[in-house]
Design a protein around this ligand. Structure first.
Ligand code: ATP
Ligand code: MG
Length: 212
């Protein structure tokens, strides 16, 4: 008998929104439910993807074309889907991913102005149209997120962008959430870490019922 397919959850949001913090809390909660869980991140998550991440986020790589950045994000993603996410879901594991394709629509689309239809085409081709079962969007004013992220040492190649860039990123995320209200759950990321975790746990509760 084939195993029931696993559940795919992605975490999205701007810089310093609290994705990595929430990932750790959700990992413990989901694992405590007896679910076999795989954690990963984008760009990265595979040996090849982490090598791509080092290139695409390297602040010393000035002058990277927006098209190059978009293709590198999808190069990492194509590998992650084939090497890790699809095999895990097929094996019945759950996958919790720190960013996924919505981030390309937000950053390379909203932020860099790459055409949405091009990104959608890449999504169909490079990821076989794989979409998360649920996406938790941590929404936060840009200034708050940047202040949080500031304490972390050297900014990466994307973090050095101006506030207007991150305002476009935030708007693109919110527009995607509005367009797909069943998949997206928007979480107020200005709450405390514990409150954010509790909101996320409430949001994913239906996923356990479906699988039960
Ligand atoms: N709800 C919260 N309230 C206040 N501070 C928070 C909250 N969540 C996380 N932080 C702090 O803000 C900083 C950024 O959090 P975190 O690294 O989780 O964000 P992120 O979304 O993963 O950022 P990035 O996009 O840069 O990876 C950390 O110092 C973290 O401790
Ligand atoms: Mg993070």
């Amino acid at each position: 008998m084939s195993k029931q397919r696993g559940t795919f959850i992605s975490l999205e949001g701007g810089e310093g929104a609290g994705k990595s913090t929430l990932l750790a809390g959700l990992r413990d909660y989901i694992a405590a439910q007896g679910v076999d869980l795989v954690l990963t991140r984008e760009p990265g998550g595979t040996a090849l993807g982490e090598a791509v991440r080092a290139i695409v986020l390297d602040p010393a790589r000035h002058g990277m074309a927006a098209e190059t950045e978009l293709l590198l994000m999808f190069a990492s993603r194509a590998q992650l889907v084939r090497e890790l996410i699809e095999p895990a879901l097929t094996a019945g594991q759950w996958v919790l991913c720190d960013r996924f394709t919505d981030a390309s629509f937000a950053y390379q689309g909203g932020g860099r102005g790459q055409p949405v239809e091009r990104i959608a085409e890449l999504e169909r081709w490079a990821t076989d149209g794989l979409s998360p079962d649920m996406t938790l969007l941590l929404d936060l004013p840009v200034a708050t997120g940047r202040a949080r992220a500031a304490g972390r040492g050297e900014a990466d190649r994307i973090e050095v962008e101006a506030d207007v860039f991150f305002e476009r990123v935030r708007e693109a995320y919110r527009a995607r959430a509005a367009a797909e209200p069943k998949r997206f759950q928007i979480i107020d990321a200005s709450l405390t870490p514990v409150e954010v975790l509790h909101a996320a746990i409430a949001a994913i509760a239906p996923l356990f019922e479906v699988k039960a």
